[in-house]
Design a protein around this ligand. Sequence first.
Ligand SMILES: [Zn+2]
Length: 248
Amino acid sequence: MQIETEGIVVKTVKYGEADTILTIVSQKLGKITVFTKASKRVKSPLMSASQIFAYSNFVLTHQSGSYRLQRVELIKNYYKISTDLDKFFYASYFMELSEKLMIEHQTNIKLFNLLKDTLDILLELDTQKLELMRIIYELKILECSGFKPEVLKCANCGIIQLERSRYFSIIEGGIICKDCSSKVKPLMEFDKTTIRFVEYVYSNDMSLAVNAKVSKIILAELKRLLHHYIEEYLGTLNLKSINFIDNY
Ligand SMILES: [Zn+2]
């Protein structure tokens, strides 16, 4: 059976002499593993279309549980990202996180589009903005995978917060109103701007959110919030790429 789908290469592993196993976040099939022949050979027409960050149209065959690459046509190459070490590390982290979060063979158009937008923005992004981009990406990917934190109403009693709360419960998955703050434990406390920024990210496109001016203090708070939140809801992910961006 032949299947055609657009997809983004999020991981490549070489095997044998010149063959590669690709992990692709695809539009139609969700995350899939694809076996390719000789895509690493010099001058192979498959090469640019099947390297990391490539956005391509793939023609695959499905045989005994695995996908094999028949043809591939490059739609957009994000290889330029790899020429900037900072951007490369961040892009690798974004790809690895998406790869961990996506379930094999489960279509997730939102996540697929998020990856495409992320790569588009990264190409032109000022490296000073990478940390902010990471926060926005993490918030957006949590939404795409069904783990969006609640920032509009109290996660405990459901009351709509007209004046933003500064309390956040990781276990309840969102902000906690003043009345509930004495009952819900443990609580994290943030600047109101931090909570407002999360709300802003969820109501705007990534390309707009990345242009926001965010102070170092707020960035640090967002990082702290997301670190604990991701650990609680996604577990310990053991991402290799995170060491590069956290220790860089
Ligand atoms: Zn409440």
